[in-house]
Design a protein around this ligand. Sequence first.
Ligand SMILES: [Zn+2]
Length: 333
Amino acid sequence: MTLTNQTSGGTRLHSRFTAALSACVMLLLTATGCGDRNEPAGDASHGPITVVATTTVLEDVARQIAGGDAQVLGIMRVGEDPHVYEVRPQDAVTLSKADVVLANGFHLEATLGGVIDQVAANTHVDLAQAAGIDGDDRIGSDVYAGAPDPHIWMDPKLFARVAHQIGVAMAKADPDHAAGYTQRAAQYTSQLNDLHADITQAFATIPQDRRTLITSHDAFNYYARAYALEIHGVVGISTDAQPTGQQVESLRALVRDRGVRALFIETSTSPTLNNIVKKVADEAGIAIGGTLYSDSLGAPDTPGGTYLGMMRHNTQVIITALTAAQEHTSDKP
Ligand SMILES: [Zn+2]
């Protein structure tokens, strides 16, 4: 359940955090074979290294770059919302055994971030920081929990720097296979550059004043900046917030006063937020433009099963809706 009636999100997060830490400490005390974090990583006698990624997006990229040289595990599952992820007791054990822990950073991991600090302090890579996403690269300086907007994967060019850092982290942890990691990371960043070129070209047919859309939460600011769109979410950067009547009213105003007809729901946010988008669309007699992947990939056999697939799917859905909205407007007398 994403939203609660509690007035203090901070209190709730704190209690969840404390519970997660207690669970993880207990498990670490009772678990056998957790491994000594001081032992050298990538020792051939220990077999392939283990890379643990927090989100499904990072897990996919890590797999592409790992090839057959490293074992990649993910903490979050398909469709789970990282902002309100509730740590599972097993997570601490998984994280503590990893040779490399890949985290997005910018407070995306929220509660899980506290567990990482406790059990994977020496193996953890904060990718936003490692990729030097700072200054003008980042959006917002302290928009949520004192951190910038964490949705950096929504800009493929920015995310190429993250992918490069994933290769760097693997090469460092497993020098015997460094050449492979470096080569696959370069290959993957080149695919990200192609993706960026394709998305840019796809938006070329949409006039600048018809590029406004509404989504369930503010996950698309980096995408909006990269492709010159104006995107409004029901709530802010994190889904861990209750939408106010004023926020909902401002969406109605966008539809009513500015003729915005492109409204989307998301796969990894709560039904509450998606239902608000549906209600606003319904009131205006507009069909929902489609479902976007924001903070989680889709199931492996769906178009959103990979990061590249997710971005291509989102772009196609958005372009289709914006084109239809444009045709609707030009049909009007
Ligand atoms: Zn998000």
